[in-house]
Design a protein around this ligand. Structure first.
Ligand SMILES: NC(=O)C1=CN([C@@H]2O[C@H](COP(=O)(O)OP(=O)(O)OC[C@H]3O[C@@H](n4cnc5c(N)ncnc54)[C@H](OP(=O)(O)O)[C@@H]3O)[C@@H](O)[C@H]2O)C=CC1
Ligand SMILES: Cc1cn([C@H]2C[C@H](O)[C@@H](COP(=O)(O)OP(=O)(O)O[C@H]3O[C@@H](C)C(=O)[C@@H](O)[C@H]3O)O2)c(=O)[nH]c1=O
Ligand SMILES: [Mg+2]
Length: 306
């Protein structure tokens, strides 16, 4: 199985590349700018046609949640029109598409985890642009899986985990919002789940197209997530700071975030196999890996001192 993934250096694109390399018979080809540019929809079909894939994962997106509030046209062009171009190009090649979407399509007022069938109601430009993308993808390619995930972190690039480690290096205390709940998700775990979903989708006769929720097992607040990161960092000999829980109203951001965006992941677990691991285990694995990487970098920079 050959999986084409949009995005070259994105967290999920890199994670899919790494995880696929560990599975016999699965390969991932990452497609990005300039060859495939979601802002130039005419580049998408030729780039996909050239790579001979069996299935396409659209992991590329405009993910700067706060900046999107002042760049709504750009967010929409990438996350809605761009996603439509990927789904349509896949359809033209006779391929199914897996569109990655987000918990931020929900308004966050529900008391319980959201099922796939729950009404959406984004409270940010980013969330609205991703929801528009879902609709356009579904209309452009009947063989679609729309996989909503949440709070993604990884050993690659910038994310909430790397932000907390960076802040902890220079502060004793970090204030973090404690009244927004969600499911922290390792991009490496998500990659495993997507490989399983792609395999299943390519079985002859597969017909369970539609929306799925795929995220780390268990929920946390951002403050609880941060505390777990820094506890593990301290155990690994990395930076540590105390997390001071604060209400969201006290942390002013351009975009609103949902209060409760926990996802009910039962459908994906039953159709594609097991669910994703407990979020705490995966946070520990990624923090330990980042700590080992930074020790290796320090040893390389100053070999005599280690
Ligand atoms: N990060 C998160 O917390 C969450 C993410 N998601 C969704 O998961 C998916 C993967 O996110 P993640 O890996 O974290 O994203 P990143 O922000 O790490 O990466 C975004 C990717 O999109 C690519 N990209 C942006 N604009 C364009 C463009 N015009 N043309 C081609 N590629 C472009 C980037 O390209 P380049 O490599 O050139 O920089 C990069 O590879 C996205 O759909 C996102 O909406 C859902 C829930 C949570
Ligand atoms: C850096 C920082 C953030 N926060 C808060 C702000 C916000 O409420 C919350 C998370 O902030 P971030 O900006 O890191 O996360 P954010 O960009 O909102 O993350 C989202 O990204 C997109 C792409 C998604 O699809 C979502 O699932 C979600 O992962 O933490 C603090 O309280 N203290 C801090 O020091
Ligand atoms: Mg952010």
């Amino acid at each position: 199985m050959r999986i084409a993934v949009t995005g070259t250096s994105g967290q999920l694109a890199l994670s899919l590349g790494e995880r696929a390399a560990a599975v016999a018979g699965v390969s991932v080809i990452r497609l990005g700018r300039p060859e495939l540019d979601l802002l130039r929809p005419e580049t998408v079909a030729p780039a996909l046609a050239a790579c001979g894939a069996d299935i396409v994962v659209n992991a590329a997106a405009y993910t700067a949640v706060d900046r999107a509030e002042s760049e709504p046209a750009l967010a929409h062009a990438v996350n809605a029109t761009g996603a439509q171009a990927v789904a349509a190009a896949a359809a033209g090649l006779g391929l199914p598409v897996i569109q990655i979407s987000t918990d931020y399509v929900f308004d966050g007022t529900a008391p319980d985890p959201y099922a796939e069938t729950a009404p959406t109601g984004p409270v940010s430009v980013y969330g609205a642009s991703k929801l528009a993308g879902e609709g356009l993808v579904a209309a452009a390619n009947p063989r679609h899986l729309i996989v909503r995930t949440a709070w993604v972190y990884s050993p690659f690039g910038g994310n909430f985990v790397s932000t907390m480690l960076r802040l902890a290096a220079t502060r004793d205390t970090i204030q973090v919002v404690d009244d927004q709940l969600g499911n922290p998700t390792s991009a490496l775990d998500l990659a495993d789940g997507l490989v399983a979903a792609a395999r299943r989708a390519l079985y002859p006769g597969f017909s369970a197209w539609g929306i799925y929720h795929m995220a780390g097992s268990g929920a946390a607040s951002w403050a609880g997530f941060a505390a777990q990161v820094l506890d593990e960092s301290r155990r690994s000999g990395g930076p540590y700071a105390t997390i001071e829980p604060i209400p969201g109203a006290q942390f002013v951001t351009a975009a609103r975030r949902p209060t409760n965006s926990r996802l009910d992941t039962a459908r994906a677990a039953s159709v594609f196999g097991s669910g994703l691991p407990d979020w705490r285990l995966s946070v520990a694995a990624v923090v330990r890996r980042l700590a080992a990487d930074s020790r290796a970098a320090a040893a390389e920079a100053a070999p005599g001192r280690i």
